[in-house]
Design a protein around this ligand. Sequence first.
Ligand SMILES: Nc1nc2c(ncn2[C@@H]2O[C@H](COP(=O)(O)OP(=O)(O)OP(=O)(O)O)[C@@H](O)[C@H]2O)c(=O)[nH]1
Length: 190
Amino acid sequence: MAPAENLKKRKIAVLGARSVGKSSLIVQFIENQFVESYYPTIENTFAKSVKYRGAEYDCEVIDTAGQDEFSILNSKHAIGIHGYVLVYSVTSRASLDMIQVVYDKIIDFCGVTDIPCVIVGSKVDLEHSRQVSPAEGEKLAQEMKAGWVETSAKTNLNVAKVFELCLAEIEKRAPRNQTGEPQASRCVIM
Ligand SMILES: Nc1nc2c(ncn2[C@@H]2O[C@H](COP(=O)(O)OP(=O)(O)OP(=O)(O)O)[C@@H](O)[C@H]2O)c(=O)[nH]1
C-alpha cells in the first residue's frame, strides 16, 4: 500500500500539436501570466497544489514539445502519468486532427481502452480566426469519454477548469488509481 501522502500526488501531461498554447495554458495556471512571445518547448515540469472537492492535490504538470504524426510518444509521457490534457487550438483544424493521433498513441502505449483525459480547445479569444466549432471539439471528447473545455490563456478563461476537469477524470476512475499508481506503471505478476 502506498503511503497516504502519495494518494494525493497527481502527474498530468499536457500534449498536442506545436504552438497550440500548451505552455501558455500552464504558465497562466501556475504563474497567472500570459506571454505573447513564442518559445518552442523541449520539456518543462511545473508543480502546483490544487484544491478539488475539499482535498488538496499535489499536481505535477508536464509541458511537452509539440507533437506531429511522426513523433514517437516519449515513454515519460505515458508511464507514471495519472491524467492527460490534450490541447488543440480552435484556430487550427489540423491541431484538432492531431488530438486523435496523440490519443491513439497513448492508448496503444498504455494498452488500455481509455485514459483520464481532458480535451482543450485553446485561443477562444481569437474568435475571428476560429476553424473548429465548439460542437466538433465536444463531439471528439465524447467519443474519447473525456472532459472538454474551451479556454483562453490570454484572457484566463477556463484555465483553472482544465485542471479541475482533469482531476475529475482521474478520480472518476479512482478504483484503478487508489494506490496512487497510474495503470501504465503497474507491474502484474501472473
Ligand atoms: N491569442 C492567444 N494567443 C495564444 C493563446 N495561447 C497561446 N497563444 C500564443 O500562441 C503561441 C504559442 O503558444 P505556446 O504556449 O508557446 O504554444 P505551445 O503549444 O506550448 O508550443 P510548442 O512548445 O511548440 O509545442 C504564443 O505566441 C502564444 O502567445 C491564447 O489563449 N490566445
